[in-house]
Write a protein that binds this ligand. Structure first.
Ligand code: SAM
Length: 515
């Protein structure tokens, strides 16, 4: 199926781009030794690597209308990502166009602002043309001309071809700090009219009125913004104040309330198990200097996180600094121990019980939450077979190896420990009776999160914390999922019979069974 392959291609390419960016940023940040901000454009470097290896998608002539593999609502952290997937080609310039017959027509525009504030009317976009030095400081403004992008948009008014609109939004989340903007693909619009009018500098500018073609998915931010009281709200905070950010429950499907369980934000260790506290590092002036920090050394000489808190790449085990380290809480090597960063909620799904989603945009690499619960030995977990819905088998998490293969060919110099194996540790986390938000995250055959082993408050490698991280940019309200990694025909019931469970993840790559 073509649509499925293009979607996968786009997602894989963007993931690869994001990992390369984070690795380049990591190199830059370690050179700066924690002082100052990097000014190197890691996005351009990463794009160059992809381009040289022929990894761009939808190359060739600019496409009019939908771009294969890109969906309405998709989010991008860097402008250049739009180019990589063929959504918008110019590396600057707000209007992309193509020659059609003997004239040029617009294919896509970048809109920053210009939308009606009135949400009922937000399908209408008022877009100012380009040129005339209106945006440039220190240059004499002049009348905008009906040429290039402006001419293309004017022609599109008569040709009535669909124009892709990408919204550039300023965002204030941690991970986008300094980057300023995030880009959201808003869908297809038609140019309805245009006129010339005096612009902000007194010179003439072109104003285009674009209207969104009906029948396209509504953008999540609009859904969130529209309703003050969320429809289907049935619990204000399932954590009962135990998390830094309240977690509400939404049910628009039926009248079921969230199930009863004891909310614990952290792991519960049984009495017989006293994890050995870790020794901790002696860094007082930050842990960035490799060769000195014992925690950084355990991570192979690098901090596994960027300074904005994004995890660089999946690893068998990540060592964060912990309670016995001398570094401050703000140390870059402490991320997942700080708890929730996004406004998460549980919601009733059609076919998978409750699930989890976020009201905020989540940048690739962000920490989401821990999978917390009671620690059990595998044989105890065996005894809970009748009630195995909330078990997480430690040591059974492995992530996308094709991404790693790509990465190692594209960046052969960057050492990566991905393929070291984590052996099955003999321990399981049970979140049936006691658990946190992690217990509500469903399985998907095409997930947007992955589980990462992390140690910070003890040294026992058999029982790392299971921390979930975003594997890609995730728009608001998209369900958060990870791969449960069950082996088909290997899950058994109390009597040793093979158990089967149908998967309802709904993704195009669904294998049909969870186990
Ligand atoms: N949906 C659960 C709930 O309502 O509490 C939260 C996830 S819980 C850890 C795991 C259970 O959710 C599974 O045993 C199964 O019943 C359901 N589930 C998760 N992912 C699923 C999927 N892709 N298809 C069908 N059921 C799923």
């Amino acid at each position: 199926n073509d649509a499925m392959t293009s979607r996968n291609k786009v997602r894989e390419t963007l993931r690869l781009f994001q990992v390369i960016c984070r690795k380049l940023l990591q190199e830059e940040e370690s050179k700066l030794k924690g002082e100052g901000k990097t000014h190197k454009r890691v996005d351009c470097q990463a794009a160059k690597i992809l381009k040289e290896k022929g990894k761009y998608v939808n190359t060739g002539k600019q496409i009019i209308g939908p771009v294969p593999g890109v969906e309405v609502g998709d989010e991008f952290q860097y402008f250049i990502e739009l180019n990589i997937v063929g959504l918008h080609r110019p590396s600057q310039g707000g209007i992309d166009y193509v020659k059609q017959g003997d004239r040029i027509v617009a294919t896509s525009i970048i809109a920053s602002g210009g939308y009606e504030d009135d949400l009922d009317n937000s399908d209408v976009l008022s877009y100012m043309g380009q040129g005339g030095n209106v945006m440039q400081k220190g240059k004499q403004p002049e009348d905008q001309k009906l040429e290039r992008g402006n001419l293309a948009l004017a022609n599109s008014r008569f040709v009535k071809n669909p124009v892709r609109v990408i919204r550039g939004e300023t965002r204030s989340s941690d991970l986008s700090e300094g980057r300023g903007k995030t880009y959201v693909y808003d869908g297809l619009y038609l140019v309805e009219e245009f006129k010339q009018e005096p612009g902000p500098h007194g010179k003439l500018v072109y104003k285009f009125k674009l209207v969104r073609i009906p029948g396209q998915p509504e953008l999540a931010w609009k859904v969130v913004k529209k309703s003050k009281v969320r429809e289907g709200l049935c619990a204000h905070d399932i954590s009962q104040g135990k998390e830094i950010i309240p977690i509400c429950a939404i049910n628009t499907i039926d009248s079921e309330k969230p199930p009863p369980f004891v909310y614990v934000p952290q792991m519960i260790y049984p009495d017989w198990c006293r994890p050995i506290p870790s020794k901790g590092c002696d860094c007082i002036n930050g842990c960035s200097e490799s060769g000195k920090c014992s925690c950084v050394m355990k991570n192979g000489g690098e901090i596994p996180y960027n300074h904005n808190g994004a995890i660089v790449e999946a690893k068998p085990l990540v060592y964060e600094c912990g309670p016995t380290c001398k570094c401050p809480a703000s140390c870059y090597n402490r991320v997942s121990q700080h708890g929730l960063k996004f406004q998460l909620e549980i919601f009733k799904t059609e076919s998978r019980g409750w699930g989890v989603r976020s009201l905020n945009s989540i940048p690739s690499g962000s920490f989401i939450c821990e999978y917390a619960g009671e620690l059990l030995e595998d044989r105890e977990a065996e005894e809970r077979k009748g009630n195995d819905e909330y078990l997480f088998d430690i040591g059974n998490n492995c992530s996308d190896s094709s991404l790693w293969d790509d990465l190692s060919t594209l960046m052969p110099d960057a050492h990566s420990s991905f393929h070291e194996v984590v052996q099955d540790s003999g321990f399981t986390i049970d979140a049936a009776r006691c658990g946190n938000i992690g217990r509500f995250i469903n399985h998907s055959c095409s997930p947007n999160l992955y589980a990462q082993n992390v140690l910070y408050d003890h040294e026992d490698k058999r029982i790392p914390h299971i921390m979930l991280f975003a594997a890609e940019n995730i728009p608001p309200l998209q369900e958060l999922t990870y791969h449960y990694n069950y082996m088909i025909d290997q899950v058994r019931d109390e009597n040793g019979g093979i158990k089967k469970k149908i998967c309802y993840c709904g993704s195009s790559e669904c294998t049909g069974r969870m186990y």
